[in-house]
Design a protein around this ligand. Structure first.
Ligand code: BES
Ligand code: ZN
Length: 456
């Protein structure tokens, strides 16, 4: 891609970063080219209580934030309020995204929390195969039907099935036959086991839950629940911008983090952690003097294929994309996993300006080399969307340095705030903050002073 605007300016920034320059501008003899004021100790101002508070709101209070769901929207509104509070110009950018979403409210016993998943039928549009309950849901007693034999009391009730040999379509047909009003299925592969149901078999609303939740409902003996199965068609990004007054062509640095989660997963690490870290960095950057336009993009619908970030990038005009110096994407930056001790800086174009600035940050923080791997080639998060547009981008994520594995509770109901490490979270935030400061300060200082030698 032709990157006329960016090439000389950021080639120069890159040279600085390659040289491991600890103090932006210190290696340049020209005093006039000194960087604009950059808070040298912004890192000291990171407030972990605030950051952990955001994680608790997103993962505990709001809970699983499935793409397009009401909970995802609620999270977006929370993030927008926070960013607006720091003085940013904030837009909730909506985009189309279809999804059937389910929810179970347990009325009795009151302290039982159950997160359902939505059974799927391969390649069939959700709107065509699902029996919906409407916003009011279906309220009834749960009656245990074992692996496929409902008692007479199932009439008018919600049938609870354990996954056995019968296929899900047969179970649903049986439940309908005995007059059940809805069904809940539980099993090991609760996220997949309905994929073989034919559209004609979807005779009543159904959801799937994991074994733990299914057994809890069964053992409660006569639990009373409201089951919601609803169709939604919109997701959204939250974009906070701080423009440079009087300079519509200023370089831009974009921070991004997805705030949606997968079904059943409160998503404390994936990715309330990256979202909370980004919100806190936005707070710190809100008052810093800079000649660089700052954007904070909390993106939706990542878990269903980077839909939000790709939509955001698709809406940027070319001349705006050309102004973007870098994208810092935080995704899973707070795990307490025993083995996830290395911060990976994932890129798709090798050693770009973000990876280099991260190494500079590591040195300035005096982190041992083995604490960070930069760069590492890997996609699977929103930096991909920025990279596809030609923007130097990287994703920050803790992994096991030996196996490259993520924590065992990845995409699982156990991805909760008590499995967040404040220490890892603050280390990752410090790296991203210092690295981005380096890029921002250098870009601001040298944007009008590109050395002739670097002009092409
Ligand atoms: N938070 C993860 C990040 C991640 C990165 C996971 C690399 C695994 C490897 C992200 O939300 C995620 O789960 N990504 C999906 C792919 C995405 C395109 C739907 C994945 O890796 O399965
Ligand atoms: Zn994920």
């Amino acid at each position: 891609m032709d990157r006329r605007y960016r090439t000389p300016l950021f080639a120069f920034v890159s040279l600085l970063l390659l040289g491991g320059c600890a103090d932006p501008g210190a290696d340049t003899a020209d005093a006039d080219a000194a960087p604009i004021a950059c808070e040298p100790d912004l890192v000291e101002s990171i407030d972990m209580d605030r950051t952990l508070g955001h994680i608790r709101v997103l993962a505990d209070e709001i809970g699983p934030r499935v793409a397009s769901s009401r909970a995802e929207r609620e999270a977006a509104e929370y993030i927008a309020r926070e960013l607006e509070g720091y003085g940013y110009e904030v837009e909730i950018q909506e985009f189309p995204r279809d999804q059937v979403v389910s929810r179970i409210e347990v009325l009795e016993p009151v302290n039982l929390r159950v997160h359902p998943a939505t059974g799927r039928i391969d390649d069939t549009p959700a709107s065509e195969y699902f029996q919906l309950t409407g916003e009011e849901g279906i309220t009834a007693e749960v009656v245990d039907c074992g692996e496929g034999a409902c008692p007479a009391e199932a009439e008018g009730a919600i049938a609870l099935f354990a996954q056995g040999d019968s296929d899900a379509g047969e179970l649903l047909a049986h439940a309908a036959e005995v007059g059940a009003v809805a069904a809940i299925l539980h099993g090991d592969d609760w996220r997949r086991h309905l994929t073989s149901v034919e559209a004609d078999d979807a005779v009543l609303p159904f959801v799937t839950v994991n074994v733990e939740a299914g057994e809890a409902l069964r053992d409660a003996g006569g639990a009373r629940v409201t089951l919601h199965v609803e169709f939604f068609d919109t997701s959204q990004n939250v974009i906070a911008t701080r423009r440079v007054e009087g300079d519509p062509d200023a370089p831009v640095v974009i921070f991004s983090a997805h705030y949606d989660s997968v079904e059943q997963a409160p998503g404390a690490n994936d990715n309330a952690s990256g979202t909370a870290g980004m919100i806190e960095l936005a707070r710190l950057y809100a008052t810093v003097e800079t000649d660089v336009e700052l954007r904070f993009a909390a993106v939706g619908a990542e878990e269903v294929g980077l839909v939000g970030s790709r939509y955001y990038v698709s809406q940027l005009p070319d001349h705006e994309i050309e102004r973007v110096a870098a994208n810092f994407n935080t995704d899973m930056i707070g795990t307490a996993g025993e083995l996830q001790t290395q911060l990976f800086v994932n890129t798709l174009d090798g050693d770009n300006v973000v990876a280099r600035s991260a190494r500079v940050a590591r040195d300035r923080l005096e982190l041992p080399e083995e604490r960070m791997r930069a760069p590492f080639e890997r996609g699977a998060s929103d930096h991909v969307a920025f990279h596809e547009a030609g923007i130097p981008a990287a994703n920050f994520i803790w992994r096991d340095p030996e196996t490259i594995d993520l924590e065992p509770w990845y995409h699982h109901p156990h991805d909760t705030p008590d499995r967040i490490s404040a220490d890892r979270l603050s280390t990752a935030m410090s790296v991203v903050l210092l690295a981005s400061q380096q890029v921002i300060c250098d870009a601001g200082a040298f944007r009008d002073e590109v050395p002739a030698a670097l002009e092409r």
